[in-house]
Design a protein around this ligand. Structure first.
Ligand SMILES: NC(=O)c1ccc[n+]([C@@H]2O[C@H](COP(=O)([O-])OP(=O)(O)OC[C@H]3O[C@@H](n4cnc5c(N)ncnc54)[C@H](O)[C@@H]3O)[C@@H](O)[C@H]2O)c1
Length: 295
């Protein structure tokens, strides 16, 4: 049997989105590093900082245009007005004012992505113009090395294609989950704050090694490489890696690790981790209430 296939048409090439990073501190800096190492060209990015000195330092570091608010009070409006995707990367208490200040400068189809903890879709939509696509996100700093995790909560005016554009952009430097807003405080407690927990574990392992007589540089390297290797095992292979099974594979019966895990349990490690994740999630919800009540 023969059939005549319709001629395949190549989809029209989509232009690379122009990206604005408003505020270029730890988080937007990490996103920018990840984007530049993956799919984004420096000429497609414009960023902003408050001071001229920081703008110069960041421009040198990342090779992108960085406008300083101190030099041009319209820096954020200029950067945002040129962009298809705008990352709002200032502290939570400054996000709503920043969003309001750029509202009249945005292209109607530009997507505004807030990276701020605790700032709700409702607050963002209230600050921006009617119908402007908005996405609330919770990224983490390992995006800078292509191994981040991001939660995305699309706002009412963000279409599936708006969300897909942001998802595709960030997927080049991390794992992206589209979630309900009711889940974002818990996600913050795990992956938003989580890199700090892993760094804290590495810090404490190294310090314990020094107390056992190791050279600090050696102890720090042992801890860092161990956290890195264990993390890689957790996410490698066919995706069925199970943290508990991997842990058990290190524990010989009546061996050294079993003794160490017993010590963790005796000292309340599971409860401490649960309390930390819950404290982060609770604080996220608390900041939302504080900022809502302050307006
Ligand atoms: N650091 C993290 O790991 C992390 C993770 C997830 C989300 N976040 C969120 O990211 C946001 C930024 O946090 P951060 O840790 O990067 O803070 P940060 O202080 O390192 O960065 C914020 C930057 O914004 C700049 N800024 C402030 N007002 C500005 C303005 N009007 N124009 C231009 N630049 C301005 C500040 O000078 C500063 O450099 C917060 O809302 C936070 O909740 C941070």
């Amino acid at each position: 049997m023969s059939s005549t296939a319709a001629p395949q048409q190549n989809p029209a090439p989509t232009a690379a989105p122009r990206v604005a990073m408003l505020g270029l501190g730890s988080m937007n800096g990490a996103i920018l590093a990840g984007l530049l190492a993956s799919s984004v060209q420096p000429e497609d990015v414009v960023a902003t900082t408050r001071s001229t000195a920081t703008a110069q330092a960041r421009a040198q570091e990342h090779g992108v245009t960085v406008l300083a608010e101190a030099e041009d009070p319209q820096a954020n409006q200029i950067a945002a007005g040129q962009a298809d995707i705008i990352f709002l990367g200032v502290k939570p208490h400054g996000i709503v004012d920043l969003a309001g200040s750029i509202a009249d400068s945005l292209k109607p189809d530009a997507v505004v992505v807030s990276v701020a903890a605790a700032i709700s879709v409702e607050m963002l939509q209230g600050a921006l113009g009617q119908g402007q696509p908005v996405i609330r996100s919770m990224p983490n700093t390992p995006l800078s090395v292509g191994l981040g995790v991001v939660g995305l909560v699309p706002g009412t005016h963000a279409s599936e294609s708006d969300t897909r554009r942001v998802q595709d952009l960030l997927a080049a430097c991390g794992t992206v989950h589209v979630i309900e807003e009711s889940q974002i405080d818990a996600l913050t407690g795990i992956s938003g704050s989580g890199p700090a927990y892993a760094f804290y574990l590495a810090e404490q392992m190294a310090e314990a090694g020094v107390r056992l007589g190791l050279d600090p540089a050696l102890a720090a390297d042992l801890a860092a490489q161990t956290v890195y290797g264990a993390g890689k095992m957790l996410v490698s292979g066919d995706g069925t890696a199970d943290a508990a099974a991997l842990r058990k594979a290190v524990c010989s019966p009546n061996g050294t690790t079993e003794r160490a895990i017993d010590a963790f349990d005796e000292h309340g490690f599971p409860a401490a981790v649960a309390a930390a994740v819950t404290a982060s999630a609770t604080r996220s919800a608390e900041i939302t209430d504080e900022l809502r009540n302050a307006r």
